[in-house]
Unconditional design. Structure first.
Length: 131
């Protein structure tokens, strides 16, 4: 949010405006996303701390970004995939993604990105999804 406010302030000052409008907000949102370095730490953290499980976690997050949400059944189906075989511990990853601020349970057993910035960043990083 701090980044968004800073960008919106810069845009408003350049336009000699004292009030911020929706167009400025959208432009600020896009500028924040263009500076990917603000969000790269989120991927680096997953790669470093979950090296062996990164592909599994990343598929959950990529699906969530592309679909706007992910259900626990969809996560289980990903976990059951032959390449992951994680049906015994998949919920521990869901809980950890919640605790680390990636996902939030919006409805019972339905998860969304906690941050619209992070969701859009994930879409930018993984624009193609075949799930």
């Amino acid at each position: 949010i701090k980044l968004m406010i800073q960008e919106a302030d810069i845009i408003a000052r350049k336009a000699n405006e004292t009030k911020i409008n929706m167009q400025m907000i959208n432009e600020a949102f896009n500028r924040v996303l263009e500076k990917d370095k603000n969000f790269e730490d989120w991927i680096i953290r997953l790669r470093e701390y979950h090296r062996d499980q990164f592909a599994f976690i990343n598929e959950i997050l990529t699906r969530c970004a592309h679909k706007g949400k992910v259900t626990i059944q969809e996560i289980y189906n990903i976990a059951a995939n032959e390449k992951y075989k994680r049906t015994d511990d998949y919920m521990s990853f869901v809980i950890q993604l919640q605790n680390d601020g990636y996902l939030a349970e919006m409805q019972r057993h339905t998860y969304k990105f906690l941050s619209p910035f992070l969701e859009q960043f994930w879409l930018n990083q993984y624009p193609v999804y075949h799930g």
